[in-house]
Design a protein around this ligand. Structure first.
Ligand SMILES: [Zn+2]
Length: 420
């Protein structure tokens, strides 16, 4: 390709990428979870992109593969007040993903870690707190012995989820970053994590909560899968995957944009399929955007259980999850397992000087490559390192996603796939 054209194409791709990430992380996509059809809106958008590049649908003429999951959702009100201070959702506090609905004004019994370091103290606390919320000031572990820590940890676990204890709910004061998740079940009591440095937990006497939550045992969501035929005529396939789901919504207004996790990887995959739609690959190349990753790799597990392609024919699979930074290079999960492919990737990077570093990692069942790997499919899960610290919070947004190495990373992966 002519040099000027090459530059043009690259610039165009970054425009496309920023636009797609902007779209996937927009309020209209509801955090790509299971409230207000976030997952349906996102998967429909991805399927349209597949269609524009004329991918072959993998499921009897459809790009979609439906499956069901159980999920605890927060589709209605989410409001918390301590004394008369209204807390800002997802900024000052988070409702644990397992929390049931809770409404009303309750007394608060405040304790420190030292107040639950023996079974006797713990029992008297539970007795005292019967109709109240317990506020655990968990900010300073102080000088606890290992044994003390073990007892306190067991008590905290019991406060969080033991069905046998009888009190209203738990507030945990913490200095740790608030990190949300999404889970398939509900516990019997609400748990609220608070990180608000200027609030003194000793002054808190009441909590006013208005939290709607709904356990949906049979939510129907969907993966998106399509293929570009290779020119070799071989029935071997390369597979490129990324999860498009994220954490969805916490209440009616707050949504988790998930720019790095994983609008970035989804967009990276869309770039690859646009590229291969233009430059036909040697092998059949399958693209899968998974739902259900954040809630336990449920989309990839569903796919492996009902595969739309022959898993035995997969030459190699690469899963992209977190592709939006790169200041510190990329990390390759399963690099030690598929050492030959790792060395190839690393060598290509040295030769063409693309990303700052290509680091090796052992196996880690942390993303959607894993269910495939467990079925014997040779696979990598690659993520970018460095840059922003935002993760599973409301700060993982398109505006602050650096996309530092996005183009270099893309070029590296195209060169890597060409080695097969
Ligand atoms: Zn992810």
């Amino acid at each position: 390709m002519h040099l000027a054209l090459a530059f043009n194409a690259a610039a165009q791709d970054m425009d496309y990428s920023r636009k797609v990430i902007q779209t996937l992380t927009s309020a209209a996509f509801k955090g790509r979870g299971y409230v207000a059809n976030g997952d349906q809106i996102a998967s429909a958008f991805i399927a349209r992109e597949f269609e524009k590049s004329h991918l072959i649908p993998l499921n009897k003429g459809s790009y979609f593969q439906d499956f069901q999951l159980s999920v605890n959702t927060f589709p209605g009100k989410v409001r918390v007040k301590l004394n008369n201070t209204k807390l800002k959702t997802a900024v000052d506090y988070l409702i644990d993903a397992t929390s049931p609905a809770v409404h009303g004004k309750f007394k608060v019994v405040t304790v420190g870690r030292a107040d639950i370091n023996t079974p006797e103290k713990f029992e008297s606390l539970i007795h005292k707190a019967a109709a109240s919320f317990i506020l655990l000031d968990n900010r300073d572990a102080g000088k606890e012995s290992a044994e003390e820590q073990r007892i306190i940890s067991a008590h905290v676990r019991a406060l969080r989820s033991s069905e046998k204890l009888n009190f209203k709910g738990l507030i945990i004061f913490t200095t740790e970053k608030l990190t949300w998740t999404t889970l398939t079940y509900q516990n019997s009591r609400p748990v609220i994590q608070v990180n608000k440095p200027r609030l003194d937990p000793k002054t808190i006497q009441t909590i006013t909560v208005d939290v709607d939550s709904k356990l949906v045992p049979d939510y129907q969501t969907r993966n998106v899968a399509g293929m570009i035929k290779g020119y070799s005529g071989s029935d071997s396939t390369l597979v490129i995957t990324a999860h498009y789901d994220h954490l969805g919504m916490l209440g009616r207004k707050v949504y988790f944009p998930g720019a790095n996790d994983n609008a970035s990887g989804t967009t990276f995959m869309l770039n690859l399929l646009r590229y291969y739609a233009q430059y036909q690959p040697k092998y059949n190349t399958v693209f899968i955007a998974f739902s259900g990753e954040e809630i336990g790799l449920l989309g990839s597990k569903a796919f492996v259980k009902n595969p739309l392609i022959d898993l035995k024919k997969i030459k190699f699979l690469v899963n992209f999850d977190l592709a939006g930074t790169g200041e510190e290079g990329i990390k390759v999960v399963n690099g030690t397992i598929f050492r030959k492919q790792f060395d190839l990737l690393s060598k290509l990077n040295t030769q063409y000087q693309l990303v700052p570093k290509v680091e090796i990692r052992d196996e880690a069942c942390k993303s959607d490559h894993c269910p495939f790997y467990q079925q014997g499919v040779p696979s990598f899960f690659i993520y970018t390192m460095g840059g922003i610290q935002a993760y599973h919070d409301v700060y993982d947004k398109a505006e602050t996603l650096p996309l530092t190495e996005f183009e270099h990373y893309f070029q590296l992966m195209v060169k890597f796939f060409a080695t097969f």
